[in-house]
Design a protein around this ligand. Sequence first.
Ligand SMILES: Nc1ncnc2c1ncn2[C@@H]1O[C@H](COP(=O)(O)OP(=O)(O)OP(=O)(O)O)[C@@H](O)[C@H]1O
Ligand SMILES: [Mg+2]
Length: 248
Amino acid sequence: MPATHHWNRFRVMKRLLILNSKGGCGKTTIATNLAGHYASSGTSTALLDYDPQGSSQRWLELRPEKCSNIHGVFAGKPTQGGVTRSFAFRVPGDTRRIVVDTPASMKRLEMMEMLRTASAVIVPVLPSAIDRHVTLDFLNELTTLCRQMAINLPIGIVANRVRINTRSFKMLKETLEDFNIPLVAFLRDSQNYVHAAETGCAIAELKQPTLKKDQQQWSILINWLETGQLPSPIPPTSKQMQHSMNLR
Ligand SMILES: Nc1ncnc2c1ncn2[C@@H]1O[C@H](COP(=O)(O)OP(=O)(O)OP(=O)(O)O)[C@@H](O)[C@H]1O
Ligand SMILES: [Mg+2]
């Protein structure tokens, strides 16, 4: 199936789900930076925070007035006064990108509900051994659920907090080779993310020259989301090299 298989259907409005049951892998970081990227490029954007901890919501509260508006919806607490969930979580009619931040642990039914309405899923993963293993279980769960629901969503893995020449990143790439889900981008480990989180801004909106590398890495992720194009391959792992040598 070509990587672009779903996009034409979502030209008008896309709902981008950031999902991984592993805590601390970068869901909120990616959700807030993605929302900031779209808003600052003139796209009408909403940020839905399904996490009771409300970290995305807090980031929105910190957002300086000079930054482009993002419509925030805090969906992490049960609604009061008999207002139905769908009404409470409505976004303005002209919204073009809805970014959905989710909590680390979600019930199966809740996840199914979110998958049903999503245009694409981003799974952030940290390269450490613990994170790799937990994420593999999660990817199995996610692909099984999509199969059972008969939905064919674009799902992309984003390796987060990457240090490029480390053994863990190499191991992560090798682990993912056995999966049918592409590694669509990677983001380096950088204090720029900590700074962005503290100021209510996105990497795309900050000006310092030290952000260039991070902005380049983001453009690869955005390109995948908007066109379905995968980045040019990251240098092969030793497992791949060995495999190609055996084929000779
Ligand atoms: N690329 C990065 N470089 C440096 N720090 C990062 C990066 N990505 C995330 N962090 C930091 O790691 C911590 C966890 O990230 P984040 O809150 O985005 O994870 P999460 O998946 O949303 O966690 P939770 O499951 O608790 O909601 C935060 O302090 C964040 O600033
Ligand atoms: Mg979070």
